[in-house]
Design a protein around this ligand. Sequence first.
Ligand code: BG6
Length: 608
Amino acid sequence: MCGIVGYIGKKQAAPILLDGLSKLEYRGYDSAGMAVFDGENIKIEKTPGRLKVLEETTHGGELMPGMIGIGHTRWATHGVPSTENAHPHFNASRSIAVVHNGIIENYIKLKEKMIKRGYKFVSDTDTEVLAHMLDYYYKGDPVEAIIKVMHRVEGSYALGIIFTDCPDDVFAVRKDSPLVIGKGEGENFIASDVPAILKYTRNVYYIQNEEIAKIGTDKIEFFNIDAEPIEKELHRVEWDMNAAEKGGYEFFMMKEMMEQPKVIRDTFTPHIKNNEIVFDELKDADIDFSKLTSLHIVACGSAYHAGFTGKYVIEKMARVPVYVDLASEFRYRNPILGEGDVVVLISQSGETADTKAAIGEAKAKGAKTIAIVNAKGSSMTREADYTIYTEAGPEISVATTKAYSAQLIILYMLAIKLAEEKGTLKEDEKKQLISDLLRLPEQVEMVLNNKERIQKFANRYIAAKDIFFIGRGIDYAIAIEGALKLKEISYIHAEAYAAGELKHGTISLIEENTLVNAVLTQEDLYDKTISNIREVKSRGAFVMAVTNLGHTKIEEVADYVVYIPETNKYFTNTLAIIPLQLFGYFVSAGKGYDVDHPRNLAKSVTVE
Ligand code: BG6
């Protein structure tokens, strides 16, 4: 999604804005721009295309002198990627410039009103209406003008604003879209996300909804929507810089795949005490899990796929029906929910618009909401009744890997906890599950160490047009994530199918040498899936199988086998997804694509 950076201090602003925006590129964008105030005028430069174009246009910022500025990378929502539609937007006299992340949902009505008031629009964006409204309401007090605009605007926004009349301040406002305020020494920052300012400061304020920040070189003031001053807590960010850099890998995705053992360990450690699973976040929850008669899981993308695995694991372990929904479907389905229901919402960013909206939908119906989120301080963590954090650290690559793996771990532990509450888990079974959980990091490490072999195999499919992924039960849940990984970064059409479903139509697509990746980790389903492998083989398919060590029978039918270490039948997704992540990565990298920034995709879709 769009990225915002702002600076005020004693250094030249433009180079710092460009550097900050480069750390936000992962959010997906199609144009970029900056506005810098040189003490007299606001100079604005903006270009469609990659950030490099803006860097070249402004000679690395040298052509935009000034020590106060705002920058933006835009992911088009209203209006095609173009110079006119890029941010910053400004009023006619260029005395006000604004950058925005989010959507102004009532902008058409507001635009009509501003046009009636004689304002001329130069872009097709919703954001431009903010620049003209600020102009209209500004009578000398920026905070007052901002508040008047806030009262009239509907939708989501994180804003950075500068006024030529106020040469000592940058203004920041947020409602629903992410924004942090960085406190430096004799300089201060605003940014959509922490990596943009980590190089300069670790001290941040998390501005909340409908709060305004007035940021000077040495002073930061906060106001609420009633213009009352408010005190904010300063937080210290512990992420180290290389956590937001590539650490020597070609792409963030490889770095993040390699971090999965650590991430899995960091995620389960806070929840295993004296060989028991604990969720302190839920200890005061007014939820009686022992009486739970069903559970809802809602998410998007790979987070939804994690939830899909959660369904199988929780139903098998705790014998509680689990309904998994895509957030974009759930929020408009008028879901049948009420008091006593629990909805688990999964999101890496904690900012995905559909998943966020699902929280409101669930709460409106009286359900309790538990968010499983990676990004600390993100919107969903404030809206859900309870939040359980995954500990994946910053995930930069658009295609998620480590955050997905961390989500699985939380779901496994919730399943164990729920099974305990429901009395469906014997003490020795629980101990075995915890011991198997503790072994996962080293087992993931073993599979990752096999990556060169996957690379050789993947190189054979760089020119593939159609690839299928099949599995049954948990193996089907693994297959859908494996297919998405390949699709989103290699642009090869890939579909996952419940193996038993192939014969009802899809098998007609199998041709000579069509690659079918089969997942077989569930003991009770091996033979069924093996017969599905025979079906596709008889139609000419080439079959790669991912299965447990020791299951050598598979070599009678599969053309290429990837073995994963033996683990608990509930946890096999954590191991089997690794070769499929690597497969997608190496096909994409082999095609010469920018693996971390797949075309058309964003790391977090903060608009519908
Ligand atoms: C997509 C991301 O835009 O959103 C996926 O590319 C992600 O990786 C999905 O799974 C949901 O995002 P989040 O932040 O809610 O997990």
